[in-house]
Design a protein around this ligand. Structure first.
Ligand SMILES: [Fe+2]
Ligand SMILES: [Fe+2]
Length: 174
């Protein structure tokens, strides 16, 4: 992968240590929304991986690489959230707060056209930023909050990249 694209997709600040002040099953369930719920890291990984595959070798060439690099960052977020869920005493299985309801991959917003891929990506990042904002408000654990705040910095970076790409003539057709 192009190292320039890779470094563009993750902000420079270090990630905090992954720890929780104490176990809290309610907080673990809240985190499962961002882990594997509708607007989750898991959803983002799947959608960006799909976009990476369908855009591979196609014009504009940079999009496939950017989606791949961003999906790797989202995998890192997934890993950090899974670790926090375990530390809080929860189960890191791939479902939202209801353990019997998992993500339905048939319902993902699959898109094969660059402008639509970017629209979906921007909407996904905005939804993730909103969700993390709610979680930061509702989780009264300084260690967990620090991780969530750092993840938001990456999501803001992703949104900025996708907005910039969507604004260029190659993507918007103007
Ligand atoms: Fe993420
Ligand atoms: Fe993101």
């Amino acid at each position: 992968m192009n190292s320039k694209i890779k470094s563009l997709c993750e902000c420079d600040a270090p990630y905090p240590e992954i720890r929780a002040e104490r176990k809290n099953a309610h907080y673990a369930r809240l985190l499962s929304l961002a882990y594997a719920g509708q607007d989750s890291e898991l959803t983002a990984i799947l959608l960006y991986s799909y976009g990476h595959q369908v855009m591979r070798g196609k014009c504009p060439e940079m999009l496939s690489g950017v989606l791949s690099a961003v999906s790797v960052v989202e995998m890192r977020h997934l890993d950090m959230l899974g670790e926090l869920i375990v530390l809080l005493g929860g189960d890191p299985r791939f479902c939202g707060p209801n353990p019997r309801v998992g993500i339905n991959t048939a319902m993902l917003g699959y898109a094969c056209e660059p402008a639509q891929i970017l629209r979906n990506a921007m909407a996904g990042e905005e939804a993730a930023i909103r969700l993390y904002g709610d979680l930061i408000k509702n989780i009264n654990d300084g260690c967990v909050r620090a991780v969530l705040k750092r993840i938001v910095m990456d999501e803001e970076q992703h949104l900025k990249i996708f907005k910039e790409m969507a604004g260029t003539s190659v993507y918007n057709g103007r």
